[in-house]
Design a protein around this ligand. Structure first.
Ligand SMILES: [Zn+2]
Length: 164
């Protein structure tokens, strides 16, 4: 019988989930400090994250709307096995930290008056946030809470009442 050892990431997650998640969130909130740069792409909602240069250059494509990233952490969970035992894919630090990284990058570009990079990234970010809001509000319509359902019924009956 062969016993396969769990992947190091999975082992670290299983051994001390609390610490693992704390470190994960810590890294996600400090992408700029860790040397990540971000730029828009030609595809809606898709961002290019880069770190390092030359041989050490790493590029990841992140789509926060789809919740996807091309990094090994995310891909391994989707293609091989998730870290969690219930099969839920734990978002990578790039997905979790994208918002802060973009905001910090835009602030720096504005301070440097780098309009050539600022405006396309800003427009891409605004469109992405609008799409996230649109999808979120559609989910709320699909799964209204009892309170929201009641309010929606009340406003509908008001409209019907005045339409006589
Ligand atoms: Zn990632």
């Amino acid at each position: 019988m062969t016993v396969t050892r769990p992947h190091p990431l999975r082992r670290a997650y299983m051994l001390d989930r609390r610490n693992f998640l704390a470190a994960h969130l810590h890294r996600a909130a400090r992408l700029l400090e860790y040397g990540y740069g971000v730029s828009e792409t030609d595809t809606p909602h898709l961002f290019r994250l880069q770190r390092g240069d030359g041989e050490g250059l790493r590029t990841h494509l992140v789509d926060p709307v789809a919740g996807c990233c091309t990094c090994p952490f995310h891909r391994r969970q989707v293609e091989v096995e998730p870290l969690t035992t219930d099969g839920v894919v734990l978002p990578c630090k790039h997905i979790l930290g994208l918002g802060k990284l973009v905001e910090e990058t835009l602030k720096a570009l504005r301070a440097e008056s780098d309009h050539r990079r600022y405006f396309p990234l800003s427009a891409h970010w605004i469109a992405t946030r609008q799409e996230l809001r649109r999808r979120h509000s559609r989910l709320l319509e699909l799964w209204p809470t009892p309170d929201e359902r009641r309010r929606s019924c009340q406003s509908q009956s008001k409209t019907c009442g005045s339409a006589r």
